[in-house]
Write a protein that binds this ligand. Sequence first.
Ligand code: ADP
Ligand code: MG
Length: 256
Amino acid sequence: MAKIFCIANQKGGVGKTTTTVNLAAGLAKVGQRVLMVDLDPQGNATMGSGVDKRQMALSVYDVLLESASVAEAAVYSEKCGYHVLGANRELAGAEVELVEVERREKRLKTALADVLDSYDFVLIDCPPSLSMLTLNGLCAAHGVIVPMQCEYFALEGLTDLVNTIKQVHANLNKDLAIIGLLRVMFDPRITLQQQVSDQLKAHFGDKVFDTVIPRNVRLAEAPSYGLPGVVFDPAARGSQAFVAFAKEMVDRIDKL
Ligand code: ADP
Ligand code: MG
């Protein structure tokens, strides 16, 4: 049975998509069966997995509107080694179209139930907002992975996310928990980042993943080749960190 994780943070540009595609590729590399779900209408995780968002016959939009199953809409990315349930601009319309329907926040959960035996991990890349799309992700998930930069306002921003997750936990999804905080784009030479990292550990203890993802230009270059860094340049420091993170996730879920 697959474990389902949302990669979420209401801030944009914090590394959600980079984390999603590289964790997916890292997990595939260590032999896990992975489905990556793109819930962001920008479709960056789709493109970054080697799937052209403009050429997709079916996408997560069709799944949310129940006109296609996950098995029908997901495609296998040969280069990346995982399945992709992609997104494109069409998905922005789902927000409005879902307003009228019943169980609108449970659409993704219901759809994923059919494919749980086919995967070990389902990773959901969330948009940078608390929209109906993110809510669908949070309702479907067993846990949330929160990528964050160790900056001055990082802890403040976390409070909103933690409160949201508590509310979803209380009202919609009893399974939901924060699995962990992932320090990304980390530069140990910057004293402030080291300090915020220490604060995070003091405050959240073992909810902070051991693995730290360094700032690494190869991770930023990879999307323009339609690949996760882990596939584009496996030897890069950032890629190696994501493979280490994949192994840490496998260990953690064994203990969940
Ligand atoms: P989000 O999905 O939260 O908006 P992205 O994953 O798209 O964030 O990352 C924002 C930008 O930062 C992108 O240009 C990405 O390539 C870059 N980036 C993310 N992680 C790293 C990293 N570890 N090192 C260098 N650049 C990174
Ligand atoms: Mg993104």
